[in-house]
Design a binder for this molecule. Structure first.
Ligand SMILES: Nc1ncnc2c1ncn2[C@@H]1O[C@H](COP(=O)(O)OP(=O)(O)OP(=O)(O)O)[C@@H](O)[C@H]1O
Ligand SMILES: O=P(O)(O)OC[C@H]1O[C@H](OP(=O)(O)OP(=O)(O)O)[C@H](O)[C@@H]1O
Length: 216
């Protein structure tokens, strides 16, 4: 039998919504997969030709881009940050909906005019996306890379603005920040390694179709 197709799935918040989607696509992982307490990283499924790995959200794109996994589920925020040419993102899965936005303290927003900026210092998990966004309108962005808790940066003087994910807006509100600009809408995508998609189309093509059907 051909090697199993490996699907990389992020742990964290997308995992919960990804499980019903996998089930609708006919993929039932072994029970340990949805047990956050399990230390295993690779899991079997009801399909002997498919196995799953559970990795950090940003690493899903890396595993698939390098062909270590053939398919993956990842937020479009991650795809925009990395911009990997080896990835093909054929299906919008409609889960993990949020937006990438610029935010700043309420008091600053009352006086601020973003059209006058020529330079901005931003704390973010998305430095490439942020630089690209501001460059497009002639603003130089100096990014301080953080991996979480971006909302603390303005409170503690690390940067006056942040670029982060916003969904309900609760995190911004509780930290005295307001959204001043939406950079992009985000949702999770099914991604495929382009070379694997070409070389193993008989295995991977029907799986992509199964995900397409599952989101209908
Ligand atoms: N508030 C949110 N609402 C909806 N989707 C979100 C939200 N926050 C994050 N996401 C989506 O879920 C993905 C993973 O986010 P999550 O917060 O689980 O990762 P993380 O904890 O930052 O990851 P890691 O622990 O690997 O750094 C994001 O890339 C994004 O696409
Ligand atoms: O607008 P809201 O509904 O409040 O959601 C936004 C929050 O969700 C994400 O963080 P998450 O909770 O995933 O934690 P993290 O800091 O580990 O990324 C994001 O980084 C924001 O902090």
């Amino acid at each position: 039998m051909a090697d199993p197709v490996i699907i990389a799935v992020p742990k964290g918040r997308i995992l919960e919504d990804a499980l019903p989607l996998l089930a609708r696509a006919g993929i039932e992982p072994e029970p340990a997969f949805s047990d956050e307490g399990s230390r295993a990283l690779r899991f079997a499924t009801n399909r002997p030709d498919i196995s799953l790995i559970r990795v950090r959200a940003f690493d899903v794109a890396t595993f698939v881009a390098h062909g270590a996994a053939q398919l993956g589920i990842v937020g479009s925020d991650v795809l925009m940050e990395f911009d990997y040419s080896e990835l093909y993102a054929p299906v919008d899965l409609g889960i993990g909906r949020c937006r990438v936005s610029v935010a700043e303290p309420v008091e600053l927003a009352a006086l601020d005019d973003p059209r006058e900026w020529s330079h901005v210092r931003v704390a973010t998990k998305y430095p490439a996306l942020t630089r690209r966004h501001f460059e497009a309108r002639g603003v130089q962005a100096e990014c301080v890379k953080l991996n979480g808790a971006m909302e603390l940066a303005p409170l503690l003087g690390l940067s006056s603005r942040i670029v982060d994910l916003v969904s309900s807006g609760k995190t911004l509100k509780e930290n005295g920040l307001v959204e001043i600009e939406v950079i992009a809408e985000v949702s999770a995508r099914l991604i495929a390694n382009r070379a694997a998609f070409k070389m193993r189309s008989a295995q991977i093509g029907p799986l992509i179709d199964a995900f397409r059907q599952a989101v209908r």
